[in-house]
Design a protein around this ligand. Sequence first.
Ligand SMILES: *[C@@H]1O[C@H](CO)[C@@H](O)[C@H](O)[C@H]1NC(C)=O
Ligand SMILES: *[C@@H]1O[C@H](CO)[C@@H](O)[C@H](O)[C@H]1NC(C)=O
Ligand SMILES: *[C@@H]1O[C@H](CO)[C@@H](O)[C@H](O)[C@H]1NC(C)=O
Ligand SMILES: *[C@@H]1O[C@H](CO)[C@@H](O)[C@H](O)[C@H]1NC(C)=O
Ligand SMILES: *[C@@H]1O[C@H](CO)[C@@H](O)[C@H](O)[C@H]1NC(C)=O
Ligand SMILES: *[C@@H]1O[C@H](CO)[C@@H](O)[C@H](O)[C@H]1NC(C)=O
Ligand SMILES: *[C@@H]1O[C@H](CO)[C@@H](O)[C@H](O)[C@H]1NC(C)=O
Ligand SMILES: *[C@@H]1O[C@H](CO)[C@@H](O)[C@H](O)[C@H]1NC(C)=O
Ligand SMILES: *[C@@H]1O[C@H](CO)[C@@H](O)[C@H](O)[C@H]1NC(C)=O
Ligand SMILES: *[C@@H]1O[C@H](CO)[C@@H](O)[C@H](O)[C@H]1NC(C)=O
Ligand SMILES: *[C@@H]1O[C@H](CO)[C@@H](O)[C@H](O)[C@H]1NC(C)=O
Length: 476
Amino acid sequence: MIILSILLNVALISICWGRLNEEVTIPAISETNRSQCFYQPPSACPPPSNPCHCRRVSNTAAVCCNVDKSLITKGLACADIKNGKVIELHIRNATLDVLNVTHSAWRQLLSLAITDGSINRIVGEFGKHTTISCLNFSSNSINKFEDRSLVNLYNLSVLDLSHNNLMDVPRFKKEGIVTLDMSANKQLLCSHLVDALKRTELHFNSENETFCLSSNTFHWFNSTELVPLKQVVSVHELRKDCIINCTCEPSRLDIVPGKPPTFALFVNCSGLQLTSLPPVLPPNTIALNISNNNISSLELIYNEASYQNLRELDADNNEITSILPLEGSRFISNFNALSLRNNRLKTLPPYILSNIFDRNYKVRYVHLGLNRLQCDCTTARVLKEWLALRQKDIPDSDEIYCDNMEGRVIDLDPTKLCKGPHDWTDYIYFIITAEVLLLVFLIAKVSYDYWVFKTAGYLPWPASRMPKLPCDWLCE
Ligand SMILES: *[C@@H]1O[C@H](CO)[C@@H](O)[C@H](O)[C@H]1NC(C)=O
Ligand SMILES: *[C@@H]1O[C@H](CO)[C@@H](O)[C@H](O)[C@H]1NC(C)=O
Ligand SMILES: *[C@@H]1O[C@H](CO)[C@@H](O)[C@H](O)[C@H]1NC(C)=O
Ligand SMILES: *[C@@H]1O[C@H](CO)[C@@H](O)[C@H](O)[C@H]1NC(C)=O
Ligand SMILES: *[C@@H]1O[C@H](CO)[C@@H](O)[C@H](O)[C@H]1NC(C)=O
Ligand SMILES: *[C@@H]1O[C@H](CO)[C@@H](O)[C@H](O)[C@H]1NC(C)=O
Ligand SMILES: *[C@@H]1O[C@H](CO)[C@@H](O)[C@H](O)[C@H]1NC(C)=O
Ligand SMILES: *[C@@H]1O[C@H](CO)[C@@H](O)[C@H](O)[C@H]1NC(C)=O
Ligand SMILES: *[C@@H]1O[C@H](CO)[C@@H](O)[C@H](O)[C@H]1NC(C)=O
Ligand SMILES: *[C@@H]1O[C@H](CO)[C@@H](O)[C@H](O)[C@H]1NC(C)=O
Ligand SMILES: *[C@@H]1O[C@H](CO)[C@@H](O)[C@H](O)[C@H]1NC(C)=O
């Protein structure tokens, strides 16, 4: 983002509208809405026998064909195109290394199409008060526009740059809507497209055929993938209108084979005095920062569908009282990072916590420090030991305190906390011990009876007094 805003600032600063060329009279022809620039098929070209490569097709329109640097100058002259009456011009198959658009011939035009040729670069700049509203540079293999080439076209409304080799969207006027066609530019970078979207309000032609290249030099486009224009536009829209007062940033490109790549979002709602979780998250939110709010419940994470993609949750410095709502949620099965530092957690049920790590093989980070628990014998026995085992996964486990007594959970002494007769776990141990002793006694008695029976031939009491059971034949 820093890169983007620097780029944007540089762009803003370098747009200086002040430079003025000589005064020119604007033809008094009213602007009409157009979606297509003036266009002539090859059949309209002057015949090859004609030494002039340009031809007037009407009083106000002309076409030039198969020109190079010198033929274009000659053609404009021999067809008398600079007379001020021609407002629509189509130049087909121009073969030029550079096209210098600083040229008085374009000034009175409303529509200029220079298509189906071979041009490497566009240099110079259209003069101030150039009235062109429709500009078509399609199919020329253009790979670069000089920075200010188009900025003086205040009346521009349609710009077709399709089928070229552009990496970047050239800059043009900032006010008003421009309909842009950037389709079939195989080198176009998504980051540059985003910059263009930030500069100007754009409509797109051939939206479905426009793709941009994700670049690995740009942090949120990590892989080199062709991203559909729609994706870039939708992320741009989300950034403009994120939920409530939060900010939305694309955090990575998700590539699922067979599906168009999508952007995963990082939503930052930190420090907004929220008292509950945002009711709905934008689609594909994988990370949410709700730290420094007054949120008390995590209930929504279990129920709300838009929370189902969440992998990272930072909920530090809130008033969350329980992690129970997370139990069985998709978040708990899939998350990478969970931070609940400095909340109001009273218990950390060990069975929920152990589920977090035990069934998972990937690395997870959990922060639970600066919570004050209700400590008892179970805390001292079970939670303390578990925290000791999980020190690596819960790096701040030594910052979990007790609320009802002094000290940290990891310092609890079970022998002090578990003494009282109120602790049922003590009885359990007695009962288990008694049961084990009884079992040992029974086995010994049966073995003794068997030995007596074998050696002396009678059964000791009480086996001798027992009535015969139907299953006794098994032993005989
Ligand atoms: C170009 O735009 C200006 C205002 O920006 C307007 O006054 C002028 O009439 C327009 N020219 C044409 C030819 O439409
Ligand atoms: C011209 O375009 C503008 C905006 O794009 C639109 O509001 C207006 O209706 C259009 N006029 C005609 C005649 O199509
Ligand atoms: C630009 O020219 C191409 C032909 O190269 C044509 O297909 C396209 O429709 C034109 N675009 C506009 C906006 O006139
Ligand atoms: C384009 O113009 C060149 C001459 O500048 C010519 O040799 C070539 O045949 C033309 N191509 C087409 C498709 O007309
Ligand atoms: C373009 O042409 C103008 C005038 O014809 C000239 O001043 C300018 O230096 C040229 N620009 C380039 C980059 O050649
Ligand atoms: C672009 O594709 C979408 C669906 O993928 C379709 O609904 C829409 O009509 C297409 N737009 C154009 C201009 O073809
Ligand atoms: C992006 O790629 C670099 C190196 O290829 C890797 O180190 C980094 O973790 C990746 N970032 C994301 C968000 O996938
Ligand atoms: C968003 O922020 C503005 C200004 O800080 C505030 O007036 C508005 O109430 C906030 N909206 C919500 C839903 O918190
Ligand atoms: C989240 O937003 C807060 C407040 O707007 C800001 O201070 C913080 O730097 C943001 N965090 C990230 C990671 O963007
Ligand atoms: C969340 O935002 C706070 C500042 O508002 C920041 O300190 C913290 O690092 C952010 N958390 C994450 C995971 O980016
Ligand atoms: C949020 O908590 C802070 C500090 O705990 C408190 O000052 C503030 O009044 C609370 N805000 C709301 C809306 O509850």
